[in-house]
Design a protein. Structure first.
Length: 80
């Protein structure tokens, strides 16, 4: 079973994270200003979250998160 899990993990390390979407949403209760929902995907896996700020600011933040996730992913590939 451990070998099967190791193979599955290695396969996922090959798939990069990408910004799937950033869309405006209503501010959460008690909050003000513009808010956006973002989705980062890696194959079938998705990371979804909310961020406050302009569309440009949130896209920049999500792109930075995506870049860091991919740097970590590549680092794990190098350790093989």
């Amino acid at each position: 079973m451990a070998v099967k899990n190791a193979i599955a993990t290695e396969a996922w390390l090959e798939v990069p994270f990408v910004r799937q979407s950033v869309t405006p949403v209503t501010a959460p209760e008690g909050c003000e200003g513009p808010w956006h929902k973002y989705v980062i995907s890696q194959g079938e896996n998705q990371i979804t979250g909310l961020r406050a700020g302009t569309m440009a600011d949130v896209m920049r933040q999500v792109d930075e998160m995506t870049e860091r996730l991919n740097e970590r992913r590549v680092g794990k590939q190098k350790r093989k």
